[in-house]
Design a binder for this molecule. Structure first.
Ligand code: NG1
Ligand code: ZN
Length: 531
């Protein structure tokens, strides 16, 4: 059959060259780039099957290893509404990625049968990639996989991860926007410009923003956007990938958050706010250097509280009292942020397992859900009910109500609701700071972070650790939680937990306490207990 030819072609073009087991985890498949070609080819096959199961709706394939260093790469699938691949398919992806070349044909046939795909239907797959030098070859392998099963690939070239999510969503739902990079700029940057006309710059806010592009795709895209801005924002872009700057190396959002150090390659002016993106531009944290050269971090928790408090304020002005806003965090959220949200903002918070799909899902249970990981990955999702109510008030409310509702409509347009998006989040943050007339130092004043520390521990089998209660407690190995409890009890405002990473072969340790010395000490004691 013609499929025979396809599998023979796979063996020759994209052979499986490694026997290392690879698993579809929180961020898809991620490993050394040279181990991925056959995996990506097979994800091309799977995307076609998935598209047919979804009645020919478009599926996305993104080639990226996000904040990892240059030698790594990865691949993940995007579902029709722009969200992460449905969880039950992760096992199927893993199975398909690991079979031998000889078994690829029969396994693919099994999968097609299992998911009941009608292989006579059309199939459409959007493919995007980050700036890694290994990405073009992998994107080509993905396209070959799509063509092999007679699907139609469309290659977007170098795009941010959230841009591809956005394009997939738009392709399947044209009310959301135009499925192109230009369409993305028009909607998001357009909404930002629109809102700037309504909310002029005042107070302590100033339009200068420095950006650490992590030598990845986000900085390059901001450089395109910068040319279309007209004084609304004065972007100073650093780490754009030139001058020998290496992707994510000692720069970018993950480096800044985890090491609690400023990135290399950025010029520092005291109190000047800097936005730091990660390699594929789905995460963002802010920071500034004070006059004693200390770095002050404004992380994902801080962005979440800023956005939640502003949306709450606008809902109040719009008198949209029946819309319930909620916030979603993970165990990594700073304890001080959780207390601030609950006690000061009086917004309900839920805590879920690490991984955007869990946060996104939990956020959907609110009329308006704000979700952020502490590392800066997050967005806001608005239910149909919220959009309808706000839309009605914007056209029929009293003048003051209308004004607030129209601002909310602009915020909704500025938001990439499909996934956390550094560029969209940047414009949202700048909008709120401007609306409030505040600078970064004033933004910091809402609450004081508890000092925290993250460590990685390499163990023989990270999956020997199992957790419960949104990963805040562990249930195995036996006795470990008791030891952690005993250590935590020694520290004022102490909190600590351990969990196996879903993206690296390590166990992560998190600790917070009243001083950074205590947080560091608690983290290293808990790390010892894990061995
Ligand atoms: P793991 O490796 O499971 O901790 C990391 C991040 C997640 C998420 C994923 C996907 C931390 C502590 N963990 O997961 O939040 O962003 O990568 O990129 O930041
Ligand atoms: Zn990322």
């Amino acid at each position: 059959s013609s499929l025979r030819v396809v599998y023979a072609f796979a063996r020759e073009m994209h052979p499986k060259t490694s026997d290392v087991f690879i698993q579809y985890g929180t961020a898809g498949f991620r490993t050394k780039a040279n181990l991925l070609e056959h995996v990506v080819y097979r994800m091309g096959l799977l995307a076609v099957i998935r598209s047919r199961v979804k009645n020919g709706r478009t599926i996305g394939i993104m080639i990226t290893a996000s904040h990892n260093l240059e030698p790594d790469n990865g691949v993940k699938l995007i579902d029709p509404d722009g969200e992460m691949l449905e969880q039950s398919w992760e096992e199927i992806a893993t199975r398909l990625a690991n079979v031998s070349d000889n078994d690829l044909e029969s396994t693919t046939a099994e999968v097609i049968k299992q998911v009941n795909a009608d292989m006579a239907l059309k199939a459409s797959v959007f493919i995007g990639m980050d700036t890694r030098y290994t990405s073009p070859r992998l994107a080509a392998a993905a396209a070959n996989g799509v063509i092999a099963l007679k699907g139609t690939p469309k290659e977007f070239g170098i795009v941010t991860t959230p841009m591809l999510h956005y394009c997939v969503k738009c392709r399947n739902d044209n009310t959301y926007g135009t499925p192109t990079e230009e369409g993305y700029y028009e909607k998001i940057v357009g909404a930002f410009k629109n809102i700037r006309q309504k909310l002029p710059v005042y107070g302590e806010y100033n339009t200068t923003l420095y950006v650490d592009g992590a030598n990845g795709v986000g900085g390059k895209k901001l450089n395109i956007i910068k040319k279309t801005l007209d004084g609304e924002l004065d972007l100073h872009l650093y780490n754009l990938g030139g001058n020998g700057g290496k992707l994510n190396l000692n720069c970018g959002a993950d480096f800044v958050k985890v090491s609690q150090k400023p990135p290399v390659g950025v010029e520092h002016v005291p109190f000047q706010r800097v936005a730091s993106l990660d390699g594929d531009s789905d995460r963002i944290v802010y920071y500034y250097m004070d006059d004693k050269d200390n770095m002050i971090l404004l992380d994902g928790d801080r962005i979440a509280t800023l956005l939640a408090s502003y949306v709450t304020q606008l809902l109040k002005s719009a008198e949209a009292a029946d819309l319930k806003l909620g916030l979603v965090q993970t165990a990594y959220a700073n304890g001080a942020s959780t207390r601030y949200i609950t006690e000061e903002l009086k917004v309900p918070v839920s805590c879920v397992k690490t991984g955007v799909k869990h946060l996104h899902h939990a956020a959907l249970s609110f009329d308006i859900g704000v979700y952020f990981e502490a590392n800066g990955h997050g967005t806001v999702v608005y239910s149909d009910k919220a959009k309808k109510t706000i839309g009605n008030i914007a056209s029929e409310g009293e003048p003051e109500q209308r004004k607030a509702a129209q601002l909310l409509l602009n915020l909704i347009d500025m938001t990439n609701e499909t996934v956390g998006d550094a560029i969209s989040d940047l414009f949202l943050v700048e909008t709120v700071l401007c609306a409030r007339g505040i600078n970064a130092k004033q933004w910091l004043q809402s609450y004081t972070d508890l000092p925290s520390r993250q460590l990685k521990v390499t163990v023989q089998d990270r999956n020997a650790i199992s957790t419960t209660d949104a990963e805040r407690r562990c249930t195995s190995p036996e006795g470990l939680q008791n030891r952690i409890d005993a250590l935590v009890a020694k520290y004022k405002s102490g909190r600590s937990f351990v969990r196996p990473s879903g993206t690296e072969d390590v166990v992560r340790v998190y600790a917070e306490a009243d001083t950074s010395k205590s947080a560091d000490k608690l983290a290293s004691e808990v790390a010892q207990a894990v061995f």
